[in-house]
Design a protein around this ligand. Structure first.
Ligand code: XMP
Length: 514
């Protein structure tokens, strides 16, 4: 494996992504959970030191386990990783005065056209890169030489070819370093990775591990209808068959026909034992009169756990709970963000449930990114339409219905949403969009249809592009598309007489309305 030591950069996960794209298996480990012994135990074939927000000049700032440099394997330091490397190997780093953020250009140092991990660069004379640093290296550690320089960073690219240590001041993992991929590819090839990590291999290995972990015990899995829990369920079913039971909690806040689609897929296509817990009365009853978004979220989260627990405790002998936890969730939960972050929204999950019920966790997707989960889903033969689905939040339509939730509004919302998605599919835009939906607004407005006056709800269409849901921009539909969609919604959905398009990015907006 390749080991990425994380010093807390915002973009560490992108390093892992790029490596996965090269079919190299890698793991991210936070620097503070590693010791020399743990590191040796992991026996990585190569190590990458990530960027990070701290300054190596600050006393007590993060360091890599010293053993990294004694393993005899290639090491690549990025940004803070470069500075750590210099600091630990006998170079010097200075703080302040030389901050560089954004685009920069690297010119080859005299006598260097670029080789080793920099092979294939500089054919156009200079390399465009993305910088984000306040400190910089001012003296190289013994054995290193300069390969490339920028205006603000005289040691932007450095190498110690004899030890196969490389370091850069910029971020090769981001898209704004157009040829960063070449450096990463050169690095993994040099380390002896052949790029043979595939989804089929992953699937077989995951099945083996599930069998080993679960033995002849029973597993329960909460299904949301989303891609992650579905892929986890199908994978586990392939591993242990009917030792798995799925529980699908229908809170009455799903999209049009969604419950039926999920139930059909699992029962009819896969023959997976499934309990369809129709608890819409319970949820909608508890939400009556509630308009505060956090109260909505907390109510749904609490009931979800209650209901799940009620059904799950009826499954005799269950010792494991399966979850579709993804790699980004794992990383977020171990990252050290420097301080408590503000709760923008209480996310809906079943955290705490395993301890409460005395269940052990099965999380076969823990090592995967979202698009890899989709690839695994394909490998497992899930229908393409299901795999490509936009994310859907746990609290469902409740958070797309600002103000009080009523059955009437939910019905209207479902129909409008279905028309919008139909339009997007018909125009071939579905896969370009991260997420699209309708929100029904808590206002009625006056309109005229035929010769009559209408006084109906207004709705907002929302469609965004994003890579991870953390930041997003509105999708630039054509005016024709928007006009046609508004007309269809108002004509086809009784109860809506006005349609708007939400063009807020995230930040400052969020994707969902609540
Ligand atoms: P926001 O609205 O915070 O959403 O910009 C970012 C992404 O997360 C989804 N989302 C949720 N997903 N439980 C979930 O499983 C939740 O409580 C939840 N809230 C938001 C949202 O749909 C978007 O994809």
């Amino acid at each position: 494996r390749l080991l990425i030591i994380d010093f807390g950069s915002q973009v560490t996960q992108l390093i892992a992504r790029r490596l996965r794209e090269l079919n190299v298996y890698c793991e991210i480990h936070p620097y503070n959970l590693l010791t020399d012994d743990i590191l040796r135990g992991l026996a990585p074939k190569a190590v990458i030191l990530s960027g990070g927000p701290d300054s190596v000049t600050r006393e007590g700032s993060p360091r890599a386990p010293q053993a990294v440099f004694d393993l005899g394997v290639p090491v690549f330091g990025i940004c803070y990783g470069q500075q750590v490397m210099m600091e630990q190997l006998g170079g010097r780093v200075e703080a302040g005065h030389h901050a560089e953020y954004g685009r920069a250009f690297i010119a080859p140092a005299e006598g260097h056209k670029g080789d080793g991990i920099f092979a294939g660069l500089f054919d156009t004379g200079r390399e465009e890169v993305w910088m984000s640093h306040g400190d910089r290296v001012t003296a190289l550690a013994p054995g290193f030489e300069v390969i490339g320089t920028s205006l603000g960073a005289p040691f932007a690219m450095i190498a110690d070819e004899a030890r196969r240590f490389y370091a850069v001041q910029f971020h090769p993992e981001v898209h704004h370093t157009p040829r960063g991929r070449i450096m990463l590819e050169n690095f993994v090839r040099m380390a002896g990775f052949t790029g043979d990590w595939t989804m089929a291999g992953y699937r077989d290995e995951a099945i083996r591990k599930i069998r080993e972990q679960v033995g002849d015990k029973k597993v329960i899995c909460g299904l949301s209808g989303g891609v992650d829990s579905s892929v986890a369920a199908v994978l586990i079913h392939e591993a242990i068959g009917d030792q798995l039971t799925c529980v699908f909690v229908d809170h009455g806040l799903l999209r049009l026909n969604e419950a039926q689609e999920v139930v059909t897929m699992f029962r009819d296509n896969y023959n997976i034992p499934l309990i369809h817990a129709d608890e819409s009365e319970l949820f909608l009853g508890a939400l009556e009169g509630v308009s505060d978004p956090e109260v909505k979220r907390k109510t749904i989260g609490r009931l979800f756990i209650d209901v799940f627990q009620r059904y799950a405790s009826g499954i005799e002998g269950a010792e494991f709970l399966a979850q579709g936890t993804l790699y980004p969730d794992v990383i977020e939960s171990v990252s050290f963000s420097g301080g408590p972050s503000v709760t923008i929204k209480s996310h809906h999950n079943v955290g705490g449930l395993p301890e409460k019920m005395g269940l052990k966790l099965v999380e076969p997707l823990r090592e995967l990114f979202k698009d890899e989960v989709r690839a695994l889903g394909r490998e497992l033969g899930l229908p393409e339409k299901f795999i490509g689905r936009h994310p859907f939040p746990g609290p469902g339509l409740a958070i797309r219905c600002p103000g009080e939730i009523t059955r009437e509004k939910l019905d209207i919302l479902r129909k409008a949403d279905a028309v919008f998605i139909d339009q997007i599919r018909k125009h071939g835009l579905y896969d370009e969009i991260w997420q699209a939906f309708v929100a029904i607004l808590p206002v009625r407005t006056v309109g005229v249809m035929g010769d009559g006056r209408t006084y109906d709800y207004a709705c907002a269409l929302r469609a965004v592009t994003s890579v991870d849901g953390m930041t997003a921009d509105y999708y630039p539909f054509t005016h024709d598309f928007l006009g046609e969609t508004a007309t269809r919604i108002i004509n086809e959905v009784k109860g809506i007489n006005r349609c708007t398009y939400d063009i807020t990015s995230k930040p400052p907006g969020t994707i969902e309305w609540e």
